[in-house]
Design a protein around this ligand. Structure first.
Ligand code: NAP
Length: 274
């Protein structure tokens, strides 16, 4: 039996085990996906132990996405982003990758968004925003980063090509001529709130929210009302998992089965805000 898993602490209720195990069933693999919650001081030992035990691959979540940077051989994108969410243990040495970035791009292209040459507005300047800004820049987009703490947006903009940094107050002006808007903050998860004023949205936009609990955020509802196209947060979650699975197994992921399982899990969760 092959073992894969998720490293984090605390992990809480993760959707990854059911999503990945749905893929293993579909592919006829004898495999399990397990949650591991090591203490921070044991992280290096946990990784070495995982390798020694023949574990094939690990996803990495809060608070370890940066901590593992020094413990694995980084691919070029993960190195530039400065965060790892997928570790491949199938080779001689553990390698670190950022499939959050890849997942965000695929969520957009899968919804017919032509990223090359697009004018994108990314709200947020944390870990997810960083991954998204770099991958959009690589794909040829021009990016405006708007964040509550303006200085963090400006700092990120100095690292990302063809980007500018702003406070949230600039959003109405930035959105007048934008093609794509991505919420990469946690706003919308705890409360029915949006980081973007509804009046700043328009029907020419494609709006992606990476918050997936709840799936239908205030921002996406406002976007629909404004006539914009919308992409919910489960798409990025799905495609980061797809990219990880394909890296670990070398097989094409059964995207439909993974998507169905993910959405069934999310639909079955009680309570809109958690
Ligand atoms: P993070 O590094 O902690 O960054 C949080 C961001 O949200 C910062 O830009 C922060 O602004 C902003 N923020 C927080 N509270 C705010 C508020 N009340 N008003 C305005 N801005 C606020 O977190 P992260 O890792 O980037 O994750 C962000 C969200 O993305 C989380 O909800 C996470 O679950 C989700 N996510 C989804 C996926 C997916 O696959 N769909 C993948 C990764 C993450 P300041 O800089 O001003 O504090």
């Amino acid at each position: 039996m092959d073992v894969y898993g998720l490293l984090g602490n605390p992990v809480g209720h993760s959707l990854s085990p059911s999503m990945h195990e749905a893929a293993y069933r579909e592919l006829g693999m004898d495999a399990r996906y397990v949650i591991f919650e090591p203490e921070a001081e044991s992280l290096r030992a946990a990784l070495q132990g995982a390798s020694a035990l023949g574990i094939k691959g690990l996803n990495v979540t809060i608070p370890f996405k940066q901590e593992v940077l020094t413990m694995v051989e980084l691919d070029e994108l993960a190195d530039r982003i400065g965060a790892v969410n997928t570790i491949d243990l199938t080779g001689d040495r553990p390698t670190g990758h950022n499939t959050d970035a890849v997942g965000a791009r695929r969520a957009l292209t899968d919804h017919a968004v032509d990223v090359d040459g697009a004018r994108a507005v990314v709200v947020g300047a944390g870990g997810a925003a960083r991954a998204i800004a770099f991958v959009l820049a690589d794909a040829g987009a021009t990016i405006h980063i708007a964040n509550r703490t303006k200085e963090r947006a400006e700092e990120l903009a100095t690292a990302v090509p063809k980007s500018t940094g702003h406070g949230l107050g600039d959003l109405p002006e930035l959105l007048e001529n934008a093609d794509v808007l991505i919420n990469a903050t946690s706003v919308g998860m705890e409360e029915d709130e949006s980081p973007v004023p509804a009046g700043a949205l328009n029907r020419h936009l494609t709006v992606m929210d990476i918050v997936y609990r709840p799936l239908e955020t205030r921002l996406l509802r406002d976007a629909e009302e404004a006539g914009a196209a919308t992409i919910d947060g489960a798409w990025m979650l799905l495609y980061q998992g797809v990219a990880a699975l394909e890296r670990w197994t070398g097989q094409d992921a059964p995207v439909e089965a993974m998507n169905e399982t993910l959405r069934a899990e999310l639909a079955g969760e009680s309570g809109a805000f958690k």
